[in-house]
Design a binder for this molecule. Structure first.
Ligand code: GLU
Length: 503
């Protein structure tokens, strides 16, 4: 049975690289009819943020990824756990790790270290000044059993360290990278259990991967250097290590490691800006994996069918934000209007352009004017902007003028070298003609007939430009007649009037 895990540390937000790791595990599990386990690695208490577990579960759910075992959010927004290998939150498994740490000591694969913080600090300083890599000097490695017993009896604080052989090599076969060999002499005697009884990542993840019957570990390349330490633990306990695949690093376009400093990298912030989960997943699926041709748009279903660890590359994958933006725009354009409206309404409400009316799903209030509008009217606006949206949150900026009087300077009304009089006359003619149209016919085809006639006489730009500016206060917008239709006769004329008065 294929069993894979995603094992994030809840130290804040979910990094986009974490989402890729989760996605690849998910695809691998779904493709092979295996199980995906979510495990929360919260043993680093200094970096732990309690609310981040909750956020993590919510974000993964929002992205549409699911898992078979591990913590899940219940309908009451509390955290439950499902699966028979739990608990899946490491802070709830301390006893297990403590027992295995002791077992490793008994087996001679680990040892008690009683060195004080101060001694370790001095050691580190000396090593740095001598320009040798800071590392534990194995001071306690050969304490006699009597000495150890005595120290334990006198309650001297201790940690448990891995006893890394002084020489020799350890190797393993990575699914993506092939055979990899490590010199043991370069490896530190890693702390496995800290003096407060908490395990380090290394001990906890090996113990859990074994007890949770993980068959394949798929994770980022940054964990590759931990593998020899883990293998020593597996070997000592006579456990069979899972197969491993280390995914290529994610890079900025300048090939530095993708990090917070060069812009947002949290999945939460991408979702908040209005990246669609399907676009995000499609985009990150291609960060390291490729289908072997130059196709780029894939649904999750297609990805499950095509995904293979064999097609994951070794070299770093560049995180190209423009491409993500393009892909998001693509998915937005393809989206049925009802679904798109659901997403966009959230942003319009959040930015207080509209206010939901209690208990009504189809009616909203325009916040600035108090006017009640139907959802179908809002859908027309959204459909009009659909082509231009790349991030959903742009709906706010793009459509604001439908909900508030636009603010602009009179200069905006001038097309090229038009004189003030020309602009005024043109706007006045539009106003006169528009006023003659009955409300029921205030629709694009009728408006077009009139405007095209005017444009023939007065010039296209000379007619369309001032009209667009008057209605939107912007240089660029969807076609002004469609806007006029949505705004309706009264508002359209009001805005034209206001523009005339500005001149
Ligand atoms: N807790 C580690 C992390 O934060 C997991 C590493 C692993 O997958 O072994 O990414």
């Amino acid at each position: 049975m294929i069993r894979v895990r995603f094992a994030p540390s809840p130290t804040g937000f979910l990094h986009i690289g974490g989402l890729r790791t989760c996605l690849y595990n998910w695809l691998f599990a779904r493709k092979n009819k295996g199980k995906l386990i979510l495990r929360i690695e919260d043993t680093d208490r200094e970096r732990f943020l309690p609310e981040s577990i909750f956020n993590l579960l919510k974000t993964l759910e929002e992205c549409g990824l699911d898992w078979d075992e591990g913590p899940v959010l219940s309908s009451k927004n509390t955290i439950k756990q499902k699966g028979r290998y739990g608990p899946y939150i490491q802070s709830q498994r301390l006893k297990i790790y403590q027992n295995f740490a002791k077992k490793l000591v008994d087996l001679g694969a680990a040892y008690y270290c009683f060195c004080s913080k101060q001694r370790l600090e001095e050691l580190r300083k000396t090593q740095i000044s001598l320009k040798i890599p800071p590392r534990y000097d194995k001071h306690c490695r050969n304490l006699s059993p009597e000495q150890v017993k005595k120290n334990l009896k006198s309650n001297i604080p201790y940690v448990i360290r891995l006893k890394v052989p002084d020489q020799g090599k350890i190797k393993f076969k990575d699914i993506i990278r092939g055979e990899i060999e490590f010199e043991l002499k370069n490896i530190d005697d890693q702390i496995l259990l800290k003096s407060d009884g908490w395990p380090t990542y290394h001990l906890a993840s090996v113990v859990d991967d074994h007890l949770m019957k993980i068959s394949h570990i798929i994770r980022g390349e940054e964990w590759l250097s931990s593998v020899p330490k883990h293998l020593l633990i597996y070997n000592a306990l006579k456990w069979k290590p899972p197969k491993m695949a280390h995914l290529p690093l994610l890079l900025n376009p300048d090939l530095s490691k993708l990090s917070k400093r060069k812009g947002d990298v949290s999945v939460e912030s991408f979702l908040q800006k209005g990246y669609l989960p399907e676009a995000l997943l499609n985009f990150i699926a291609l960060l390291g994996w490729n289908p072997g041709n130059d196709e780029e748009i894939f649904s999750l279903k297609q990805l499950i069918r095509l995904f293979s660890l064999k097609k994951v590359g070794k070299s770093g994958a560049v995180f190209n934000r423009e491409k993500l933006l393009w892909m998001n725009g693509y998915y937005i354009r393809k989206m049925p209007i009802d679904k798109l409206a659901k997403y966009c309404l959230k942003f319009l409400i959040q930015e207080e352009l509209i206010t939901p009316i209690h208990n009504k799903k189809t009616k909203f209030k325009i916040t600035a004017t108090g006017e009640i509008v139907q959802i179908n009217w809002l859908k027309k606006i959204i459909a009009l902007e659909q082509e231009r949206l790349k991030e959903l949150k742009q709906i706010v900026e793009l459509s604001e003028f439908f909900f508030k009087e636009p603010k602009y300077e009179a200069e905006l009304l001038f097309w090229k070298k038009m004189t003030k009089n020309q602009v005024k006359e043109n706007l006045e003619s539009i106003k006169t003609e528009f006023s003659k149209i009955p409300i029921s016919k205030f629709k694009k085809p009728f408006l077009e007939e009139i405007i095209l006639k005017l444009a023939e006489k007065r010039g296209r730009g000379e007619v369309f430009w001032p009209l667009r500016a008057a209605l939107t206060g912007k240089k660029a917008s969807p076609p002004p007649l469609e806007i006029a239709e949505i705004l309706g006769r009264e508002k359209t004329i009001q805005r034209i009037d206001k523009a005339i008065k500005m001149l």
